[in-house]
Design a protein around this ligand. Structure first.
Ligand SMILES: N[C@@H](CCC(=O)N[C@@H](CS)C(=O)NCC(=O)O)C(=O)O
Length: 318
């Protein structure tokens, strides 16, 4: 019988080197003991990142057309990876890897949800500017440059997608959209949200909007982030999020924190977390968040996934 892993279709993780949220499933793959021959990481520049496409279990046998299931957000991807592999189903070739259960408690939902609140999203923080000087500086550096590149790419993709709609012979079912029409809609939304911030970065939004944006960004740094850190301090058990064992809450929290440290110019090492302090309006880290960081920078998965990611993050910093 050949149910060898070579014959099984692999899972594909769609990712992008600078994507903070893509590092969470990558940490999860490592901590769960999945081996690199069980999945493929593919880079796509404009999509929903991360997305994990997995062959469904019931369809991976012989003589069956493979069907795939796609998971489109960090939380669902990591939940899936955690449940798909446990200590008794560890890979036959990699029994040295224990496949720990990473989700032992419900309190971690609170931590994970906190990390994913949009007011503390590192993708926003990376583009946040608090005054004219910071705006000028970032506009001429990778944050501003990437907005322009993205704008051009999105406009090109939208043009192509509209062309595809015009050329398509398929009529939509009543009340629904064709695949081509959905693509146009998806891209139009992306163009719109990118345009707002691009205008701010390029002096086209007007002084009032600029001032409003500075205020929101100041609040992010001096209120939303300190509030999130204070909440984590009360929720973390130490040294890891839920105690002695690494959990899914750790994976979300450490990717988030590492990206923030990198935005503030810090390195992925024990003192890197201090780079955030000058920005937090006087907030000081409590012992649990600090210990959490110090423990994590020593873990192998951190060194394999987040240290290289920091190199890429740095190149796109302001
Ligand atoms: N809530 C989503 C957020 C994902 C997200 O923000 N992804 C960013 C990259 S980190 C993205 O897709 N950027 C590409 C784009 O917008 O086209 C998750 O947790 O996966």
């Amino acid at each position: 019988m050949t149910t060898d892993h070579e014959t099984l279709p692999k899972a594909i993780l769609y990712s992008w080197p600078t994507s903070v949220w893509s590092t969470v499933p990558q940490l999860c793959l490592y901590e769960k003991g999945y081996s690199s021959d069980e999945y493929v990481i593919k880079y796509v520049d404009i999509s929903t990142i991360p997305t994990l496409v997995v062959p469904t279990l019931e369809t991976t046998g012989s003589n069956v057309d493979t069907r795939y299931r796609s998971l489109r957000d960090t939380i669902s991807i990591c939940d899936f990876l955690d449940h798909a592999r446990n200590s008794s189903s560890g890979h036959i070739q990699h029994q040295d890897k224990p496949a720990p259960t990473l989700a032992p408690a419900t309190i971690e939902d609170e931590i994970i949800n906190l990390i994913h609140v949009y007011t503390v999203d590192p993708n926003f923080v990376a583009l946040a500017v608090r005054d004219e000087a910071e705006l000028k500086k970032k506009a001429n550096r990778p944050p501003g440059q990437s907005l322009t590149l993205r704008r051009e790419a999105l406009q090109r993709y939208l043009q192509e997608a509209k062309q595809a709609v015009a050329e398509s012979a398929v009529a939509p079912k009543e009340g629904s959209l064709t695949w081509e029409q959905k693509t146009v809609k998806f891209l139009e939304e992306k163009v719109k949200s990118n345009e707002q911030i691009w205008e701010l970065y390029n002096g086209k939004a007007g002084k009032d909007k600029e001032e409003q944006f500075f205020e929101v960004c100041k609040k992010t740094w001096t209120e939303s982030l300190p509030e999130a850190f204070a909440k984590l301090e009360t929720l973390f058990k130490g040294p890891y999020a839920l105690g002695d064992q690494v959990s899914l809450a750790d994976l979300h929290s450490i990717s988030w924190l590492t990206r923030l440290v990198s935005i503030a110019g810090g390195a992925p090492d024990a003192t890197g977390i201090d780079s955030l302090l000058p920005h937090l309006g006087g907030y000081k880290f409590g012992p649990k968040v600090r210990k959490f960081w110090e423990e994590w920078v020593e873990r192998e998965s951190f060194k394999q996934v987040l240290v290289p990611a920091c190199g890429v993050f740095e190149k796109m910093s302001g």
